[in-house]
Design a binder for this molecule. Sequence first.
Ligand code: ADP
Length: 601
Amino acid sequence: MAENTKKNKKESGLSVVKKTLKYFLPVAWKVNKGYFFTSAVRTLVNAVRPFVAIIVSPLIISELLGKRDLNKLLIYAAVIAVAEPLLSFISSWLNSQVEKYGEKFDNYITEEMSRRIMELDFQVTEDKKALDQVEAARTGMSWYSGGIVGIFEPVFEIIRQIVTIGGTVVLIALNAPLLFLLTLTVAVINAVIQNKQNKIEVERFKELSKINRAFSYYGWQISDFRYGKDIRLYGAKELMVERWNNYTDESTGQWIDMANKQHPLNHLKNIFNVSRDIISYLYLGILVLSGGISIAVFTQMTASSAAFNSSLSSLLFQLQQIVKSCNYAYEYVKFADFPAAIEKGSRHIEGTEHTVEFRNVSFTYPNTDVEVLKGVSITLRQGEHLSVVGLNGAGKTTFVKLLCRLYDPTEGEILLDGVNIKEYDYNEYMSVFAPVFQDFKLFAFSVKENIILDGSCSDEELNGFIEQVGLSDKINSLEKKCDTVLFKAFDENGIEPSGGEQQKMAIARALYKKAPVVILDEPTAALDPVAEYDIYRQFHSLVGGKTAIYISHRLSSCKFCDRIAVFSEGVIKECGTHDELICIDNGIYAEMFRAQAKYYN
Ligand code: ADP
């Protein structure tokens, strides 16, 4: 516990700044080198700007109080009149360039983040801690940190303020050393107050990230028309709105609490600043009256002191700003380094014919303590068609999820051609399987894009798959055929396919993948009996000589398979052909089959 606290303390300080800058520097350099050159020039311009007035104004006053040389006065006035607006113009032009770079950085981060989210191990996507981290990263890289520009701006600002402070310190220390001490003291007090304010904000940020994730969830469900039917028919509207309101109240509460805590601190800062200004003028006035400094130096001191004050408080503010921005952006660094949930090897998969073996595999879902698979052992030869049956919750889908490496077994091992699947290159291993899960998803893309996703194929080949799954009539009836867009999210002419049609498209997608092992998890659940019969009948020709795993509640499908594995409470209780299993006295399969046969008869 003590170690944890120590670790958290260390994580929230300088080390976070270092880690964040170390992470983002090469990223920003790769995406946009121009940003660094532009910012460097702007820093120099802004650092020099205040010195035009600080140096030239006293010269004008000296001249006015002394010889009043008109030529000199005109030159001084011209320098102020030209240099100031010119530097200001250059600075604001460079600012606008930096803003453009900011846009580019933001787009890069959004794209990179989406890519990383899609690449996260599946198991991570069910982990609340991981989901909170994703939201913290997203929020952290928004206006909270100001994105990549928000992280590096304080660095350039700090350099600028150091240059300005260096110049003004020399001028003040030479003429009025006490003024320097006074300003420094007030700046340090302001920094302490600002630090307290930042801490309040960072603390609130953590709470607000959690609330924002819940907000996104409700916002998405409410606007996703696929939930429309359930929302309307089951009166979910009130519940959704109530939950939404609860989160709004919670979020508003956090903001009000933050404002209440920060306001008194703002007043305190103002009191110190006003007191410093009064004392400074009194001190400089006394120096002039006592002949310690001239009027020209008096104006130079007031201008230098103002520049010093604003630069010093800006420096301290920027130092805290960099800690704050880096703390927010560090959530992205943590997200980018999120530990892999499953081991990934580098071994290549040889050949196209494979034997799959579960050897004494047990599995418990993360953050649960119920073992849903218990010592499962089964071997599947190349080309074999296995039917997996059992009651709901028996562990059938989990068996398939483990095979597809969405999770790793907690005990035992899964072997492909005699080698533990953890040793294989993850992407190569994934290419062996073409699963159609119960909860498959089609996107609001065209039919063609939904089937081939990132691949490419001829219209002839595509039509072949469509024909095989029995979708030809439907597709041919559409004006744009395979280019017809699904759903109405992006196209008002998009079609809303029936559950059965969607399932057929998902099966076509699996066939297109041309993987040696096809897995169909309840693929016919949404099909009508005729379509179901057609799919069964064509099943062998659909999957050809591929290995196939077929999870189904409808036991008539089992007759088409070489072997049937009966799952019950996480164990394979019976395994054999239909003819073997049907003969077992009091057998689970025999009982289930007879119960269903009643309805078929
Ligand atoms: P089946 O496919 O045979 O209906 P599943 O494999 O889907 O059964 O589920 C087996 C058990 O695992 C069930 O008790 C289910 O509630 C549980 N389960 C499934 N998915 C998860 C998950 N992501 N987290 C925790 N438990 C789960």
